[in-house]
Every structure is written in structure tokens, then in C-alpha cells.
Design a protein around this ligand. Structure first.
Ligand code: TRP
Length: 332
């Protein structure tokens, strides 16, 4: 089959809240664009979310909402595998194994662990510490060639590669050593309230983060309140993080270059600019929202999609898990 020759792309996203504009422009939109060229495998990384305490009812809702939202962005179940991590038991199993091939010192160096343990000082659990091993399991189970990740996940990807190389060194070629890449047209969307920080669903200031399913009114309000600077010139430059962020969001949703945007707003104030960016985002998200509303009403269809994908993912990942276990010395 022709698809066998295509490179395997693996990526995952945590359903730890609603999907944000940052998730969309930074990741999911690229997932959608890669579907024809590659053999794409995407997961909703729900096992990862419990490293931070979750409210059961909220978690349930978030998982289904995230599944529907990501599909609404254009993930096509006929082209790509899009499954739910916790439904595919090989992930937790390989994660345990990889825990035993990863050093305490390596995990201690992970900057995300340091940040998160500072933020959740009352719950520095072992899962938070070994989280990169679960992420490595996700990737290595599918013999992925390429893993698109955000800049904040680069260190985890490097560790996945180190683990794969180490394991292969001991037992022969079991895992494909994946290449990480930060998609070049993947915008890094920053908080509208603190543009030095990444847009995040856990932002304390609700106006910093735009959610995919926000109403047009809410989106407009958030853009109108976006932090800028006192220069009052729409240009990309140092010390202009707020404007830079708005420019790259506008560029990402319209396809216009930064130069074109500077021209477009020559002599115009920030008020006009913020309104135009807000409107462009509303228009970009409108079809996604409509599709989401159709999908979330059709739970049977959603379930059919993830059950089918879960099953295929299990079949595929089992091969790698069995191979790894045999090499280690387990009796299968
Ligand atoms: N840890 C990633 C994040 O928080 C999500 C993730 C889990 C992931 N498993 C993965 C990303 C495997 C890429 C590949 O963003």
C-alpha cells in the first residue's frame, strides 16, 4: 500500500482544559495540514493530565470537548488516527518499562518538572517526575519518524530520543529514533495580557487566553483589552511583545506577511488594529465552532471515531511493546 511509504508523524495534546487559540495556531492547524503528506497518528494525552489533580466531572467533559474541538479543526478520521491515550493500554505499560531505562538525574534536569513542581508545591507526585517517560512511550510505540512539538516540549523529545538510543544500544533496533521539529509556520501565540508568556489555559487572567469556543463577543473583548505599548506604531520589534504577538496572530490567520501588516496599518492606531485582528480571529474560528457544535451533539459518531482509532492504535502499538518485552526477557 502506498501509505506504508509515508513517514509516520506522531503528536499529542493534553485535554486539560478547553482548546485555545494557541493550541490551534501553534499545533492543531499543522496537524491538519500534515494529513495528506504523512501517516499521521494523534492522541489525546489524557493520562498526562492527572499529574495535576483533576475534578472528575470536569475531566470527563474536557476529554470529550477536546476530542470534538480537535476534530472540528479538520482532523479527518479517514486520513489520520486520532485516539484517546488512556484507551490504549500499551502506553501505560511501555511507560513503566521506560521508567526503568531512564535515570533520576535525567528527569531531574527537565525544566518543565522544575516549573511545575514550583507551581504545584503541594503535589509533587512521582507521575509529574516521570511524565517524560510516558511521553517517550507515546512516541516510540508507533515507530514515529517525526514529532511536531512546541518549543516547550523540545527537551522532552530529546530525552525520548536518548531513551530510544539507549534501549536500542542494549537490545538492537527496537525503536525508531524520532526527529523532533518545531513547525515553521506554527505560530507561538503569547498571552494577550502578558505577551512574554505563552498563551495558556491556566493563565490567571482570563483575558489573556482565547478559547476556540469563545463567543465572537468574548473574543472581541479580549483582543480589545490586549496589552500593547506606548509607541502607537504597528511594527514588529524589540520591546513590542504585545504588538508582535498580535501581528503574528493576524499573520497566522490571514496569511499576510509582517511587512504587509505594517503597511496595512500605517498611520492607524492600536484600536483599529486590535479590532481588525479580533475580527479576523472570529472569522477563522467560526467554521470550527459550527463544526464543533454539530459534533458535540452527535456523541455516537464521536464514540465511533475514537473507538475505531483506539483499536487501530492498540493493534499497531502492541507490536512494538511485544518486541521490547521479548528483548528484555519477559515470557510472552
Ligand atoms: N506533553 C505534551 C504537552 O504537554 C503532550 C504530549 C504527550 C505529547 N505525549 C506526547 C507531544 C507525544 C508530542 C508527542 O504538550
Amino acid at each position: 500500500m502506498e501509505t506504508e511509504k509515508k513517514k509516520i508523524v506522531f503528536s499529542a495534546i493534553q485535554p486539560s482544559g478547553t482548546i485555545t487559540l494557541g493550541n490551534y495556531l501553534g499545533a492543531v492547524r499543522n496537524w491538519v495540514n500534515m494529513q495528506d503528506e504523512f501517516n499521521c497518528i494523534y492522541a489525546l494525552a489524557d493520562l498526562h493530565t492527572i499529574t495535576v489533580r483533576q475534578e472528575p466531572a470536569v475531566m470527563r467533559k474536557n476529554i470529550l470537548d477536546a476530542y470534538a474541538s480537535i476534530m472540528a479543526c479538520g482532523i479527518d478520521p479517514e486520513k489520520s488516527l486520532f485516539f484517546i491515550q488512556s484507551h490504549v493500554h500499551t502506553h501505560a505499560e511501555l511507560a513503566w518499562i521506560l521508567n526503568c531505562y531512564t535515570q533520576f538525574g535525567e528527569l531531574s534536569r527537565m525544566t518543565q518538572f522544575k516549573d511545575k513542581s514550583a507551581k504545584h508545591a503541594d503535589n509533587i507526585n512521582a507521575g509529574l517526575f516521570t511524565y517524560p517517560c510516558l511521553m517517550a512511550a507515546d512516541i516510540l510505540l508507533y515507530q514515529a519518524d517525526m514529532v511536531p512539538v512546541g518549543a516547550d516540549q523540545k527537551q522532552h523529545l530529546e530525552l525520548s530520543r536518548d531513551i530510544a538510543v539507549r534501549f536500542n544500544g542494549l537490545y538492537g533496533n527496537v525503536f525508531k529514533v524520532p526527529e523532533g521539529f518545531i513547525p515553521k509556520n506554527g505560530a507561538r501565540v503569547m498571552s494577550l495580557q502578558d505577551p512574554t508568556r505563552k498563551m495558556s489555559k491556566s493563565d490567571e487572567n482570563v483575558n489573556g487566553c482565547v478559547h476556540l469556543l469563545d463567543t465572537p463577543e468574548v473574543i472581541m473583548k479580549k483582543f480589545k483589552r490586549a496589552v500593547t505599548d506606548s509607541e502607537a506604531v504597528v511594527r514588529y520589534g524589540e520591546g513590542k511583545e504585545g504588538i508582535n504577538n498580535l501581528m503574528s496572530i493576524y499573520s497566522a490567520v490571514t496569511g499576510k506577511t509582517l511587512e504587509e501588516i505594517e503597511k496595512e496599518f500605517e498611520g492607524k492606531g492600536y484600536g483599529d488594529f486590535k479590532t481588525t485582528v479580533g475580527e479576523a480571529v472570529v472569522e477563522a474560528l467560526r467554521p470550527i465552532k459550527t463544526r464543533y457544535e454539530q459534533l458535540i451533539r452527535d456523541k455516537a459518531y464521536l464514540e465511533e471515531c475514537y473507538r475505531k482509532a483506539d483499536e487501530t492504535a492498540l493493534r499497531f502499538s502492541r507490536r512494538t511493546l511485544s518486541k521490547a518485552m521479548k528483548k528484555i526477557g519477559f515470557i510472552l
